[in-house]
Design a protein around this ligand. Structure first.
Ligand code: ZN
Length: 379
């Protein structure tokens, strides 16, 4: 316990919580502004404010002070708070305690209130890093959204296909070490479909309308949200990561060639995504792309994937290292406005602003995370 506090108020950090969220909740307990609490606990010189950055980054001396104050072991804090032991590139001076409020380096969400029990406060939600598939509360059927001032979520009662996809997503993560890469690759595949056939696609149009109703926003605001294509993304990822299917495709390529194996894959994808026309449509799109001069491998990610899976003597149990590589030009855009600009006729900037106000932008995405911060060693 350090000088300015006359009473210890225990506010345990939650697993996966943002360090800044933990400090905000402690400040609430002590009835102090978060900035004053950070200064009192760590003695740090602070850059930014809780208004300018959601996440709080500390250098080593400030981390040691925070651990001493909390009464928890440093390693325990580092386990619970994913960014606690990270050294931000702008906080490399280790001679004096330093702290800074910056943007989180990964997607974050407000935790599901009923799941957080006493840790929940109406004006101060627990903010969490959802990781690969923690963006949905299975128990309460909510898609969790990024809001630092209130618990924000999309109720999923009217999206049974989304909750089903999430079950498969979680299951995929348990059985496949390649799950995360497969989901990123699948997101790029589905994005390539979305920008080619969006306006005529009945299932996505219908889901977009349901999402607009569920959020109280208009269709152009929600069009770029990850929920719209989540079921198809997980369906593609599951199939591509399935080792039995990989084996079947290798056999088909050996016996009948890569186009036949690709056709087999497309037929199964058509079945799993409930789009009987998918194989013909993708084949036609591929022809058009080649006529338009696009590099075939980039224009058709699935053909590229089948080729990588089946070429040469790649018959061992492990998939080739480049199997999940997505060409830069084919990556699903990470930013909401970049996606909106492909999907709507109205201003993507205005749609993104509305989406941000509704906490629909900047949440969980099936995307490549930013490079991990350097982790300081546990003390
Ligand atoms: Zn919950």
């Amino acid at each position: 316990m350090t000088a300015p506090f006359t009473q210890v108020i225990h506010v345990p950090p939650m697993a996966g919580e943002l360090t800044g969220s933990w400090f905000r909740r402690m400040a609430l307990g002590y009835k102090l502004p978060p900035q004053d609490l950070v200064r009192a606990i760590t003695g740090a010189r602070i850059t930014g404010t809780p208004r300018t950055g959601i996440e709080l980054f500390l250098n080593s001396p400030a981390r040691a002070a925070a651990a001493a104050f909390s009464g928890l072991e440093y390693g325990r804090l580092a386990t619970l708070l994913p960014s606690f032991a990270s050294t931000h590139e702008r906080l490399t001076d280790e001679t004096v305690p330093l702290a800074a409020w910056y943007a989180p380096q990964q997607a974050w969400v407000a935790a599901c209130p009923p799941c957080k029990g006493r840790a929940f406060s109406p004006g101060q939600p627990v903010l969490l890093y959802p990781g690969h598939s923690g963006h949905i509360c299975v128990r309460h059927q909510r898609w969790l959204l990024p809001s630092s001032v209130q618990a924000a979520s999309i109720k999923l009662e009217s999206f049974p296909e989304v909750t089903a996809a999430h079950r498969h997503h979680s299951g995929l993560g348990r059985v496949s070490a390649q799950a995360h890469l497969a989901v990123i690759f699948a997101a790029a595949v589905v994005w390539s479909w979305q920008i080619q056939g969006w306006r005529n696609e009945e299932i996505w149009n219908q889901r977009t309308s349901r999402l607009a109703r569920a959020t109280g926003c208009d269709r152009s605001t929600v069009a770029a949200h990850a929920l719209v294509t989540y079921p198809e993304t997980i369906a593609v990822a599951r199939l591509l990561a399935n080792e039995r299917w990989q084996h079947r495709l290798r056999e088909q390529a050996t016996n009948a060639g890569i186009p036949a194996a690709t056709g087999m894959l497309l037929a199964e994808l058509a079945r799993r995504t409930n789009r009987p026309w998918l194989a013909d449509w993708l084949t036609a799109c591929g022809r058009l792309s080649r006529r338009a001069g696009k590099h075939a491998a980039e224009a058709d990610l699935l053909t590229r994937w089948v080729t990588a899976l089946t070429t040469d003597c790649r018959t061992g149990p492990s998939p080739p290292a480049d199997l999940w590589t997505v060409p830069h030009s084919a990556v699903r855009p990470l930013h909401y406005s970049d996606r909106s600009s492909f999907l709507i006729d109205t201003s993507p900037r205005a749609a993104t602003e509305l989406a941000r106000n509704a906490s629909l932008a900047e949440g969980w995405e099936p995307a490549q995370p930013l490079p991990a911060l350097h982790k300081a060693p546990c003390r």
